[in-house]
Design a protein around this ligand. Structure first.
Ligand code: BGC
Length: 416
């Protein structure tokens, strides 16, 4: 017995020594700097710490990650890329095309990622048949977060159509609050527009934003979508310009504003503030988009590093991210849903359960599309061109929706 105990201790010591010897810091570039995001990030940091993977933080504030991607480009140009980088959709494929990313195929094969990661995500996690990124979540952008008391005061019925949405926004205005909590930043305007365009029909969303069909981009339906966006811009407060998204969430949380149209990272802010879905706030799909989902997925891509220890740490981080138990714990806090199809929904709140069910339903009915606003519909050049037109429209720079749609078709054509 004693000998057995001693042997075990020796073996454990050996394992510890080996893993300590292998332990290497990973420097992680990310844009998770809001309260809810930081809480989720801590779940990841703590998990890696239990595996002796050291964390060197490189936060670059700015929702949607544009500033983070600019910082990344500078680091790579200087020949000093961070080890692991939070990345979205087409950006991952662009970096893979430049030959900058490490190969995670060995760990992916050993752990059977092919069988459990939804194919819509794999389209961005793999390049030339190799795994180049580990998806930590699936977010979706066509959500509306409503203050429950404000909704009750506005009649109590969550809007299901565009007309009902306008009626609720009008009622909130009459009740003396800001109907729409919003931050005037291009990516936030574009996030709202994902929902508006999807609300005009799934075929239309696909034709315009995935297929980049000039007729859809510049046609009548797009003109109507822009008219709707311009209508929404009348419900924001005077100080909306430049406001960070989490401050707009805070306006809804404290009842200053009625609702926010934002991806489900907003739920992380409500939870961080101790708010409960169904009691303090209500989550609905953007009216008219029920059954359809515009998704984005945060993935961690690994940049080329020298040395076996560093590569081992990257593999260990990827493996930790893909662990089903971790995916549950992380996404419960982040507001997103797991990037694997085999994670139970038990630990998730009602909005999270709905998110998981919606994703599965949209996937099987062909109504799951990459988010334009969050880099999953088209490459960065096209995305940035749409941002410019959307923001100009939101700020009243076009005479009407027809003029905005014409500008969009032209801008997208020029960006390709
Ligand atoms: C990311 C989320 C993040 C949000 C706001 C999105 O692009 O996918 O993880 O919380 O931006 O920063």
């Amino acid at each position: 017995m004693r000998l057995f105990g001693k042997t075990l201790t020796t073996a454990a010591a050996l394992v510890m020594t080996t893993s300590l010897a292998m332990a290497e810091d990973v420097e992680v570039l990310h844009w998770w700097t809001s309260g809810g995001e930081a809480a989720a990030l801590n779940v990841l940091k703590d998990d890696l710490a239990t595996k002796s993977i050291g964390w060197v933080d490189m936060p670059v504030a700015g929702g949607g990650g544009e500033a983070a991607m600019t910082a990344l480009r500078a680091r790579v140009t200087a020949g000093d890329p961070p080890t692991a980088v939070q990345m979205l959709g087409f950006d991952i494929l662009d970096w893979a095309g430049e030959g900058a990313l490490g190969d995670l195929t060995a760990v992916a094969t050993a752990e059977g990622w092919d069988a459990v990661v939804p194919t819509a995500l794999q389209a961005f996690s793999k390049s030339d048949g190799k795994w180049i990124a580990a998806p930590v979540n699936v977010h979706s952008t066509n959500w509306v977060w409503i203050n429950k008391a404000a909704l009750d005061a506005a009649g109590g019925k969550a809007p299901e159509t565009w007309e009902e949405l306008v009626a609720v926004l009008d009622a909130m205005k009459a009740n003396g609050i800001t109907p729409l909590g919003h931050g005037g930043q291009a990516w936030q305007d574009a996030t709202v527009f994902d929902g508006v365009v999807l609300g005009m029909g799934t075929d239309f969303y696909k034709a315009a934003f995935i297929d980049l069909d000039p007729a859809a981009l510049g046609g009548e339906q797009m003109a109507e979508a822009f008219n709707r966006l311009i209508k929404l811009s009348t419900y924001v407060d005077a100080n909306f310009s430049g406001r960070d998204w989490n401050l707009a969430s805070a306006m809804v949380i404290n009842g200053e504003a009625g609702m926010q149209m934002m991806g489900d990272w907003a739920k992380g802010e409500f939870l961080k503030a101790g708010k409960v879905p169904g009691t303090d706030f209500v989550c609905i799909r953007f009216p008219g988009t029920q059954g359809a989902v515009t998704f984005n997925s945060d993935q961690f891509a690994m940049f080329g590093v020298e040395g076996e220890d560093a590569m081992a740490a990257q593999g260990a981080m990827a493996s930790a991210i893909m662990n089903p138990t971790f995916q549950s714990a992380f996404n419960v806090v982040k507001g997103s849903v797991p990037a694997r199809t085999d994670v139970p929904n038990d630990a998730f709140d009602d909005c999270g359960k709905k998110g998981m069910a919606d994703l599965a339903e949209a996937n099987s009915s062909g109504k799951l599309f990459g988010s334009m606003a969050h880099g999953h519909a088209a490459p960065a050049a096209v995305k940035n061109a749409t941002y410019d037109v959307i923001t100009a429209a939101f700020n009243g720079e076009y005479a009407d929706g027809v003029a905005a749609a014409a500008a969009l078709a032209e801008a997208v054509a020029a960006a390709q």
